[in-house]
Ligand binder design. Structure first.
Ligand SMILES: CC(C)(COP(=O)(O)OP(=O)(O)OC[C@H]1O[C@@H](n2cnc3c(N)ncnc32)[C@H](O)[C@@H]1OP(=O)(O)O)[C@@H](O)C(=O)NCCC(=O)NCCS
Length: 187
């Protein structure tokens, strides 16, 4: 079996110096705090956000609903799951139901870092500020817990995401390669 190697960055942000308090919620949108009964909504939004994206190749579970459901279930059952840093974004269509359109979830690690699991915004709601909003709410949740640093991992090709993270103060601290069984190539 041949293998594709995906370049990934670990990116970290200083939670002691970082100020994420400037929150603006675009018109029609709202944020929904974690409740256990929302686990399936997080999984659905995760799937809709990642299914067509590079990370669905890097982590095949992100490319199908069952995989996203298992992943979200597993994250929310971890002992270091952080409900305060886990959010859904919703959009209220005029005269229609609320549509969930963004998700972020988080845990803390053994070293006391906040660890962002998956930030995703569904395609039709991108470039409205929802990704930035969810990330800031997550980082504020870490700060409320007294955490001093946070990190995430991002695929190097995902330049939109890298730019968003850099804008909020994240800096690259490590480069890794994730091996995925497929046709052989370096990406
Ligand atoms: C990465 C991702 C989360 C970004 O979400 P988003 O909601 O589009 O993010 P934002 O809207 O906050 O920012 C995106 C861009 O829109 C711009 N923007 C924000 N509000 C805007 C507005 N009202 N009008 C126009 N542009 C706006 C931002 O300035 C930013 O521009 P830039 O990339 O040129 O700097 C989203 O593309 C996504 O879900 N991708 C697939 C899943 C994924 O890869 N997740 C990351 C895994 S590590």
């Amino acid at each position: 079996m041949s293998v594709t190697y995906y370049k990934r960055f670990r990116m970290e942000v200083d939670l002691v110096r970082g100020d994420f308090s400037q929150i603006s919620v675009p018109r029609g949108y709202s944020l929904v705090a974690w409740r256990p009964e929302l686990v399936a909504k997080h999984a659905e939004v995760k799937y809709e956000s990642f299914r067509e994206e590079i990370d669905a190749h890097v982590f095949p579970c992100l490319g199908n609903y069952a995989g996203c459901s298992r992943l979200m279930d597993e994250i929310s059952r971890r002992t270091r799951f952080l409900p305060e840093a886990t959010w859904l974004a919703a959009f209220k269509h005029p005269n229609a139901e609320k549509e969930f359109c963004g998700t972020i979830s988080a845990v803390s690690d053994a070293a006391g870092y906040g660890a962002i699991q998956n930030l995703g915004v569904t395609p039709t709601h991108r470039a409205c500020g929802i990704g930035t909003l969810l990330l800031k709410k997550c980082l504020l949740g870490f700060q409320k817990q007294g955490l001093r640093r946070a990190y995430l991992e991002v695929t190097a090709q995902n330049v939109d995401a890298v730019r968003l993270y850099e804008r909020l103060g994240f800096r690259r601290t490590r480069t890794t390669y994730k091996a995925v069984e497929s046709e052989a190539s370096y990406v």
